[in-house]
Structure formats: C-alpha cells, structure tokens
Design a protein around this ligand. Structure first.
Ligand code: AMP
Length: 280
C-alpha cells in the first residue's frame, strides 16, 4: 500500500511544503478541482506528472462560482474517497482549504477576465467566470505552482484561465487535459451522479450529436440547427447552446479562423451537460 497522501489545509502549511520542494529542485504542478473525483480528474494528475516533479491537487467547492439557485449545498463532497484515489495515482499533496483560507473575513475583491469569458457559459451563468478567476488566481498565488492543468471538458474555462495568465503576467504555465469519457462517450463529470438511469441514457446521446455537428459538411448555422433538432429528439429538455466557434477566441468563425471548436450545453431537467470537441 502506498503511503496515504498528505492533506494540507492552510496557506502557511502549503507554502512551507512548496518552498521545501523548490529548495530540493522540484518543479510544482497544481490540479485545481472541486472534488468528487473521477477518472477525468485523475487523468489530469497523470498528464501533469509529465510537466512537474511534485503534484498538488486542490479540492475546494468554490462558493463564488455558484449562483444562489445552484447546487452549492448539494454538490457531492467525498473527501475520504478522493484522497484514496489521489494516493493511488501518486499525487504528492491534497490541498483542502477551509473557506476562510480562500475568503478571509471581510473579503471584498473581484476579478473579471474579458475576451473568451463573453457569452456561452456567461449567458446562463453570469457570475461563473468571475468566481472561477478569483479562486484560481488565489490558488496560483497561494501555491506558487510552476504549472497547472485544466480540462478541455470546460473549454471556455480553459481559455479564460489562459487569458488571465497572459493579461495579468502570472508566472505559471497552463497545460490542457484531454476529456475523459464513459464507454458511450458521455464526458465524465461529478454532476453525472445526479442523473437517474433514464436520464443517463439520454445523456449518453450527447456526444454522438456533438460529433455529427463537429464533422458536418454543412455550413455551421445549418449543422447547429440540425444538432438542436437531434438533441430535442434525443430527450434533452433545453439547449443552452450548440455552436461552432473560433477555437482560440470563441468568436464566431470567419475566413481568418485557423481552428474551430464545436460546443454544446444541453439540459435534462435542471442538470446541465457540457461537451465539446475540435470541429472541421
Ligand atoms: P471540477 O472539479 O469539475 O471543477 O473540475 C476540475 C478540473 O477537472 C477542471 O479542469 C475540469 O475541466 C477537469 N475535468 C472535469 N471533467 C473532466 C473530464 N471528463 N476529463 C478531463 N478533465 C475533466
């Protein structure tokens, strides 16, 4: 049995351990998560070991990225199981701060990143990227990591973090992690645990519809309209977006676009399912 992963809960202890590692010549990698870890999260740990000597996985369910009506209180919290998984994949530290370590009494700051944060997720969740930006910026500052990894599963989030690092000159390298999927193509997500067996079957149809849109020979608007029809027929109750965008900026593609990304967010009841992939 490998030794259980050390759990650190304060910024002071985090900084002391990181300083120690750096003094020994190790580079330090950070995997920010909200816990309820699945194989997608664990694949980020594995990928990051190619880029850093010591790996910190942070687990923090960040209140500022949830709106009042969202699932902050019911979001799955599974610290013991999470730490057992992290031990198995050989991560070096779990950083699990109390809310007061991230948002001390009287906390009064905000951080808005422009550019790729416009539209898409922001249309449904206007609070979301400001909450993500502030917590990720704080985790970068607290950990002083050299490199951090974010999943392509949350593609817009990945672009917002890259933009934050560029715009604010943060000395950290951002690595993108590939999307891990279930056998039927459903992107793994902590929120998949909310799906009933019937809804899980509907959810499994999302990836095929996305693939069709991403590889379609039709003009983008037509491919998108076809995807919406297919999603409705598959049992999704609302479609937040089904769209093909510039893969770098998320602007609508034009003649100058180098690479495209197909993105869909569809709902079953109040469960939102996200997926995306490179498009033709
Ligand atoms: P979360 O805990 O949902 O905030 O996610 C933490 C990190 O894991 C983010 O960078 C996500 O993009 C990434 N992630 C979530 N699901 C997957 C997946 N299925 N495959 C790869 N990375 C993922």
């Amino acid at each position: 049995m490998p030794q259980a992963i050390p759990i650190i809960r304060t910024v002071n202890d985090l900084r002391a351990q990181v300083a120690n590692w750096k003094a020994q010549g190790h580079s330090v990698g950070l995997v920010p998560t909200m816990g309820a870890l699945h194989d997608g999260h664990l694949s980020l740990v594995e990928t990051l070991t190619k880029h850093a000597g010591k790996i910190i996985v942070s687990i923090f369910v960040n209140p500022t990225q949830f709106a009042a009506h969202e699932d902050l209180d019911t979001y799955p919290r599974t610290e013991i199981e999470d730490c057992a998984k992290l031990t198995r994949v050989g991560a070096d530290m779990a950083y699990i701060p109390a809310a007061s370590e991230i948002y001390p009494e009287g906390f009064a700051s905000t951080l808005h990143i422009g550019g790729p944060s416009q539209g898409l997720e922001s249309d449904s969740r206007p609070h979301f990227f400001d909450g993500v930006a502030i917590v990720v910026h704080k985790l970068f500052q607290q950990s002083q990591a050299d490199v951090a990894i974010f999943g392509e599963k949350d593609y817009q989030q990945l672009l917002v973090i890259k933009k934050m690092v560029r715009d604010l000159d943060i000395p950290i390298t951002i690595v993108a992690g590939a999307i891990m999927r279930e056998a039927d193509g459903l992107a793994m997500s902590s929120r998949n645990a909310y799906l009933t067996p019937e809804n899980r079957i509907i959810a499994g149809r999302l990836n095929g519809i996305l693939k069709q849109m991403a590889t379609s020979d039709l003009p983008p608007l037509q491919a998108e309209a076809e995807a919406v029809v297919a999603l409705e027929a598959a049992g999704f109750t609302a479609i937040d977006y089904a769209t093909i965008r510039d893969a770098e900026t998320l602007a609508l593609p034009d003649a100058t676009t180098q690479a495209r990304r197909a993105l869909i967010v569809a709902r079953i009841g109040d469960i939102r399912l996200l997926d995306n992939m490179a498009a033709k």
